[in-house]
Design a protein around this ligand. Sequence first.
Ligand SMILES: C[S@@+](CC[C@H](N)C(=O)[O-])C[C@H]1O[C@@H](n2cnc3c(N)ncnc32)[C@H](O)[C@@H]1O
Length: 360
Amino acid sequence: MANEKRGADPEKLRQYSKALFGHLSGAMTSALVYLGDHLGLYRALAECGASSSVELATHTGLHERWLREWLHQQGAAGILDTAGDDRFALSPEAEIALVDESHPAFGAGFFSHLPQTMQVVERLPECFASGLGLPYDAFGPEGARGFERGFAPWFRSLLVPVALPAVDGLVARLEAGARVVDVGCGGGVALVEMAQAFPSSEFHGYDISSHALERAESNRRDAGVDNLQFHDVRETPLPDDGSVAFATTFDCLHDMTHPDRIIGDIRRMLREDGCWLVCDIKAYPTYAENVENNPMAALMYGMSVATCMSSALSEPSGLGLGTLGLHEAKLREMVHTAGFTRFDPLDLGHPVNAFYVARP
Ligand SMILES: C[S@@+](CC[C@H](N)C(=O)[O-])C[C@H]1O[C@@H](n2cnc3c(N)ncnc32)[C@H](O)[C@@H]1O
């Protein structure tokens, strides 16, 4: 009766409910992927091969009953392969995505700030009411570690050997010695990689997240590099003396309250013969195009509300671009307004990010 009143079709309602609960299933699977990564269970499976819960318990020292339920969930979700005799295994592809932190397709890092993200979701009703979002520091030190772990595999595997050589004349310049600035540097992994590769150059990272800056300093110390410094941009503004040969921004312009101002600052810090490597999320001008071209659009709009747009609205009058809000045409316009004369896309074949090189 209630269905008829609303004009609902019972079969479509069944299908719709199935899809809806599929999303809840994704959320639970994500939580259990977080646990598998956090507890070292994927690593244990990579070491032992196909395992039963008893074998996994022996290997990890964790309780068998809990491991059995975790294995059953991961098998049911298709994260692990079932290998007969209630044994479960990583496929070679799963091993890359869940265990191999040196591979650019390592994905488990993106699950590692899930608990902090869900805690922040509890604060979002307040943001919907006030209009003001939360900066990255709202995710705490563990959140900063998680964000860093998501992007680190690409920096470690492809930044120095593939991305930098694709920028005309850059490697020779960095080998000779140049000043480099990374704005929105997060945990500083990109800078540590570059500073190690180019000891004659001088590297500076700027961010507004104190947790990210602490991670960055600790990563610098662990790597033993001394041609690298980190700065809180609220205390130490970006240089404005045209001394920087190479600037970078990785996945952060769309998170900023005023990317237009930062782009102006980057133009002022650059030498006339300098260049800026921009990496930001591949996006399109309209919602319809984003949904049509991006199979992860729902994930990205979700991350935007929880993280990127929230950060970009964390000050009054923030532009609030969000995860899919900085498409090429908009960025091109901002870059030209700031006084850059050249802005060229750089095809690095990345599934999610777009790259550009801007020059004065
Ligand atoms: C998604 S994280 C990317 C971090 C790093 N570039 C990476 O790829 O791992 C975005 C970063 O931008 C920083 N951020 C946001 N607004 C900023 C601003 N106005 N100036 C400098 N950094 C900012 C955040 O604190 C956060 O660390």
